[in-house]
Design a protein around this ligand. Structure first.
Ligand code: HEC
Ligand code: HEC
Length: 464
């Protein structure tokens, strides 16, 4: 038995003792053959009456939590399995102010099995993913035509629920350290605040992870900056097998999921039989990604009231964005079109650089006239998804607007809307206050509900 940390909840001097115990515990744990080498245990008093316990290890191991008022007689508070690599919980000091706590790993007691109830905090009645309430502008063209849901993978409540669990499950990476949500973080509208994401073994990718807001509405149906995934169903299996990102083989994945009883149940409810196949994994993940729906921004309210809710500055920014009469040429909305701010058919080069460092679409197709072309990402929740562009070169929206105002560079594949008179790159010549207005408009596309919506959040009981 490896002893963990002690803590006397209400006793000021116990704090030093606690720190000593944690160091001791971590040393012993690292030396143990049964607990993963990167296990970390911390038991910290958060205030006079509350203890915060954090355990992380990349296995699904069983730990015992005990309390004592005299450091001699210990009572088991609970025996828990650290699902999905991490466990966070607070304990209150119910013993009249004199309780010590300890947590330890017991190698002989590893038989607790996962069930949906113990591993996951799913609601008794499923959330509604199948029929989100959509505003009127989503039910007519052009947005209606942008819906890329295929006939054979309509979103169901049970399918998206399974997809949600998979999206947050670190079992999808080879060493069980990262999930989709490690790089697509809800607080950042499912993007990565880091310029380049870190994969399972610490390696960096070369592109910024885009947000996933309203991925359901993209008429070209292709995914990734270079559109190399033909469908969202194809896309979802690619990060899992990517050697930098998650480094898994699909055979290992299906076997690993099959070893968790709760997955058998989730697959059975979602697909009518318990079989765990890669096709079903890709479909469920795609259903969850299509459930990342955002329709409650100030812009959405504005669509219904002729933008009476906008400030003067935001309305000026809107006019600049859509290029209404009396303003500079229609620029932004030519490419960031419709109420999802995506084009219907085109791929584009927006003049970030020449020569092209990243060939984008041309790097996939080998067609020179497609070098430097990239998917035009939706601008929904753009204020939450910094940094910007495929290489995350801009850290804020003011920099993006300044770039479009005066920084677009020529190149053989620069898209026509950004070519000015005489073939030179377009210069918007916006004043500082006009640029600020454009940024203010972009900020109206934020739907803070998305960043906290429970039905899109981590379902594992003990945090991620
Ligand atoms: C290690 C970080 C990382 C992990 C893990 C990861 N992604 Fe991504 N994701 C990215 C990056 C980076 C991109 C952009 C890559 C590119 O375009 O080449 C991306 C792009 C995407 C896109 C394309 C969005 C669009 O509009 O075209 C989707 C969808 C997506 N990821 C879903 C997922 C899902 C589902 C998982 C889990 C199975 C996942 N990702 C795991 C980093 C990650
Ligand atoms: C010719 C088409 C085109 C026009 C016009 C255009 N954009 Fe873009 N926009 C793109 C493309 C393509 C990208 C992605 C480029 C890349 O990363 O290589 C992009 C990226 C962006 C991004 C970063 C998105 C992200 O997720 O990182 C923002 C913000 C943006 N544009 C805002 C604007 C604004 C504001 C305007 C008007 C001033 C505008 N765009 C005009 C094509 C266009």
């Amino acid at each position: 038995m490896v002893q963990g940390a002690h803590m006397k909840a209400n006793h000021p001097t116990s704090f030093t003792r606690l720190a000593a115990f944690i160091i001791f515990a971590a040393t012993i744990i690292r030396g143990s053959a049964q607990v993963s080498t990167n296990s970390v245990l911390s038991l910290v008093r958060t205030n006079g009456a509350t203890l915060s316990l954090n355990i992380s290890n990349s296995g699904d191991q069983v730990w015992v939590i005990q309390s004592s008022s005299n450091l001699t007689n210990w009572t088991t508070v609970e025996t828990l399995k650290v699902y999905n690599g991490s466990y966070h919980r607070s304990y209150t000091n119910g013993g009249g102010g004199n309780l010590f706590y300890r947590a330890f790993f017991n190698g002989t007691n590893q038989s607790i099995t996962d069930t949906t109830t113990t591993a996951l905090g799913l609601p008794a009645t499923s959330y509604n993913y199948a029929s989100p309430v959509l505003p009127a502008d989503f039910l007519v063209n052009p947005v209606l035509a942008e819906d890329n849901t295929p006939a054979n993978d309509a979103t169901t409540d049970a399918g998206a629920t399974l997809g949600r669990v998979l999206f947050y499950d670190r079992r999808l990476s080879t060493n069980q350290t990262i999930s989709c949500a490690s790089c697509h973080q809800q607080a950042y509208a499912f993007s990565d605040p880091r310029q380049f994401s870190t994969g399972f073994n610490g390696s960096l990718g070369t592109r910024n992870a885009m947000g996933l807001s309203n991925a359901r509405w993209y008429q070209r149906k292709h995914f990734f900056w270079d559109e190399r995934a033909n469908t969202l169903e194809d896309q979802t299996l690619m990060p899992i097998q990517n050697p930098i990102e998650m480094g898994m083989t699909l055979g290992t994945l299906t076997n690993r999921l099959a070893a968790e009883p709760f997955y058998t149940n989730l697959f059975a409810v979602a697909f009518g039989s318990p079989g765990i196949t890669t096709n079903r994994i890709s479909q469920a993940l795609a259903q969850f990604v299509r459930s990342i729906v955002t329709t409650q921004s100030r812009y959405d309210i504005g669509v219904t009231n002729n933008f009476a809710n906008f400030t003067t500055q935001e309305n000026l920014g809107r006019q600049l964005f859509f290029g209404q009469t009396g303003n500079p040429p229609p620029t932004c909305a030519v490419c960031h079109a419709s109420d999802n701010f995506v084009p219907t058919t085109t791929l584009n080069n927006n003049g970030l650089e020449y020569p092209y460092v990243d060939l984008g679409v041309g790097g996939i197709t080998g067609v020179t006239s497609q070098d430097g072309l990239f998917k035009v990402p939706s601008l929904r929740n753009i204020a939450l998804t910094a940094p910007y562009m495929h290489d995350g070169r801009f850290t804020n929206l003011a920099q993006v607007v300044a770039f479009y105002n005066s920084g677009v560079v020529s190149g053989p594949n620069l898209s026509p809307p950004l070519i000015g008179p005489g073939g030179t790159p377009l210069r918007l010549n916006l004043s500082a206050s006009q640029q600020a207005a454009l940024v203010a408009f972009l900020n109206t596309l934020t739907d803070t509900n998305l960043a906290t919506n429970a039905q899109l959040s981590d379902p594992f009981n003990y945090g991620n």
